[in-house]
Design a protein around this ligand. Structure first.
Ligand code: HEM
Length: 127
């Protein structure tokens, strides 16, 4: 939902349209395939498109506290993502603990994802 809305907004903006479209599409892909492996693959692609957008306007982004806060949050999301992969493996092996762990890291991942999403939109508005 948020992805579709964001994509609509992105298309209206002529400023590095392709990269923003890719960034937005990736977010949708990650939303759709909300399993750890898909999430991590989408994150890697988002990092790539995000870095390309950063490169296109370093003067704005590299001095922005908002930008660095977002990157710290992305780092947390990535760290949590590796926990998610491990939890998924543990749950597959069976056992109650694996599933509780998976539920916890999935919840954290969901909240972090929404917060990063919010920061992304905020960054666009502030840039
Ligand atoms: C290393 C990883 C990332 C980098 C370097 C990065 C960088 C950026 C930059 C520079 C912008 C601003 C573009 C502009 O003002 O035109 C942006 C926008 C945005 N980012 Fe990221 N990003 C990263 C990861 C993510 C992730 C994981 C998410 C999703 C949760 C995300 C969601 C967004 C959204 C929704 C926007 C607004 C796009 C738009 O309005 O078109 N980003 N990102």
């Amino acid at each position: 939902m948020t992805g579709v809305w964001n994509l609509g907004e992105a298309m209206k903006d002529p400023n590095h349209k392709t990269k923003r479209m890719a960034h937005g599409l990736m977010m949708l892909g990650a939303d759709a395939g909300f399993v750890a492996t898909g999430l991590m693959a989408s994150l890697a692609l988002m990092a790539l498109t995000g870095l390309l957008m950063t490169a296109s306007d370093t003067a704005t982004f590299l001095v922005s506290r908002l930008y660095w806060t977002k990157l710290c949050l992305v780092a947390l999301l990535l760290g949590n993502g590796t926990g998610l992969l491990a939890a998924e493996r543990a749950a597959r092996r069976g056992g109650e603990a694996g599933w509780s762990w998976l539920a916890l890291v999935s919840g954290v991942s969901f909240v972090l994802w929404l917060v990063v999403l919010f920061f992304g939109v905020w960054l666009t508005a502030a840039a």
